[in-house]
Write a protein that binds this ligand. Sequence first.
Ligand code: F6R
Length: 613
Amino acid sequence: MCGIVGYAGEKKTIPILIDGLKRLEYRGYDSAGLAVISKERRLEVRKSPGRVSELEATLKDMPETGNRIGIAHTRWATHGEPTKENAHPHIDCTGNIALVHNGIIENYEALRTYLEERGHTFISKTDTEVVAHLIEEFLKEKGTTFLDAFIKAIQHIKGSYAIVAISVLEPDTIYASHLSSPLVIGQGEGENFLASDASPFLGKASEVLYPPEDEVVVITKDEIKLFDLNKNKRDPVFEKLEGTLESIQKGSYSHFMLKEIHEQPERIRDAMRGRLLLREGDAKLGGLEPIWGDIVNAKRIIISACGTSWHAGLVGKYMLEEIARVHTDVEYASELRYRNPVFEKGDVLFVISQSGETADTLATLREAKSKGVTVAGIVNTVGSTIAREAGVGVYIHAGPEIGVASTKAFTSQVSILALITLAIGRAKYITQEKGVVIAEAMNALPEKVGRALGAEDEIKSIARDFKNSKNFLYLGRGANFPTALEGALKLKEISYIHAEGYPAAEMKHGPIALIDENMPVVFVAPQDGIYEKVLSNIEEVRARKGKVIAIANEGDDRIKSLADYIIRVPRTLGWLGPIVNVAPLQLLAYYLALERGCPIDQPRNLAKSVTVE
Ligand code: F6R
């Protein structure tokens, strides 16, 4: 949700912090702040409501800093409005300690009362500020070092956190710890970094450390030390930092979202690379091997996720049931976790998450694991909490997704589900001959998605015609019902136009009441097994003067007399259709938002990874 950056080194600290915050701004952008230590050993703190650029404008009068350490934060508000007071870093009463936090401190009210009774004065309405005061309080005890006080504070808080603190008492050192919130350490030459993900130090650090939860990392420019909560030293395990600077830059695109939409053919190819076996007509997912027997023999597959990842899961249900013939349930993680779900022998749970941090999805994973269910993750972000805790799973290899509205992650997630479907089907009853047909269809997907994206000019013109619409309806059937849901979600997220996705045949059970000449209805209408039925649903909309925008296959002439607007997409196997058909819906949302002047990469109230429930 929030983004944290820290730096220890001799380079100019403030530009490094600001650059890092900009790279993390997709995580939250309602206020921002930073703290450094001046040459006179005073804390210098600047905060501002709004975007990082607004924080930058407050830095002109910054005194010379020691350029030794600094911490910074970009916020997605949970407790307290996005004001300057509530922006991080938060400071203790002495003004010696500055602290930033991502997550939620659940027992902050009790801690605040405890601290107020001991004379502490609070400035903000946040849950975070208690931690700065707690450290201050514990430091009063004779013989207590900053490390002791930091550990004691961590032991007193309940909830989720990535906490990073600095103090003028130790002006070269950063202290950090995390639990159920991400924290990554980057090791460079004579400089070290920390952040919520590795993007702030891509191109600057060579090695990365994912510190274990509930341990404390102590960072100076020359050293990265790890301690457990009993102050025992632990050995940090570094990994090579993968990823390129290019992957987190917009390049020639005006928005990350547009770049990510156009990257999809390549990313789908990456998801399938080495896993799709064309000659054998099969798929092999190395990451699932430890539990492959359980997967093939599963009596039920459960897929749990949130938002767009949940839509990908729902496409998975259609695939797994139709092709692999395995009973599949798809669950909102936020519901499953509190329902005391019934798990049975033979269940296998897949959790899907782009960020690998979503709090509800993580909780579902933990709940299922604690009940002995076989679990696996389908995750994008390497080293993320869900990826690590799942232990077993598949990376989708979509690369960093920075636009807040998820696009390339969806098609890559569905591609992975298609691979799993093929592999289970082949292990059970699909012949090699049929497997080869499926594998070839999958292999052709990147090129077909590229062709579907070629309809950009028609889509721009449709967006111009409908930019003042107040509502949209998205309808589809079979595996394209989730495609319709995803199209509607994209539209509401970035253009703020109200949109609903429905199974096309459900329309007459209620939503049909909304249809008049002002209602654009987007039909996902490929020539698959249910095409004729969808045509009847289109007729029902036309009879009520609704404006029909059809996503239809190349060469489909029948649609011409039925739709007001047609966006052409190549034909593929019905159950693979969502991967191709979603592409124009992403572009339609993008160009409608552009016409309406919306902040596409950072829509209001949203943040990229939802680490709170
Ligand atoms: C929609 C979107 C969200 C996420 C959801 C789950 O464009 O981005 O709905 O899909 O918050 O996030 P992950 O996949 O990171 O678990």
